[in-house]
Write a new protein. Structure first.
Length: 114
């Protein structure tokens, strides 16, 4: 599932119900949190891909991402993360600002090169 560079501010929890999903590309959005249901997916095996760079992750996700994507998935499966997610979702802070420069978006670069 490729959702990169779409200015998404939230990922629907229903994505976590896509049991056969093996690739999730969410890089370059305005995401701060992942729904805990994403932890239900097998996104850390050798045949899986989870790309999530260039978002506005809350500090605990950023910290785990520095260690590796598998650590992020392990973290979002914890009760600690579920509590954090519930608390932050209930406060509903405004989403991060939109990226103004979309000139580096891959689809635009490849279109120019054609």
């Amino acid at each position: 599932l490729v959702l990169r560079e779409n200015d998404l501010v939230e990922l629907p929890k229903e994505v976590g119900e896509l049991a056969r999903l093996r690739e999730l590309h969410i890089q370059g959005n305005r995401l701060t949190l992942l729904p805990p249901e994403i932890g239900n997916l097998d996104l850390v095996s050798n045949k899986s891909v989870l790309k999530m760079e260039n978002n506005f992750w809350v500090t605990p996700i950023t910290d785990q991402l520095q260690v590796g994507v598998s650590h992020v998935v392990d973290f979002i499966r914890t009760e600690t993360y579920r509590i954090l997610y519930s608390r932050l979702m209930s406060t509903k802070s405004p989403p991060p600002e939109k990226y103004l420069d979309k000139s580096k978006k891959l689809s635009r670069i490849s279109a120019r090169q054609s």
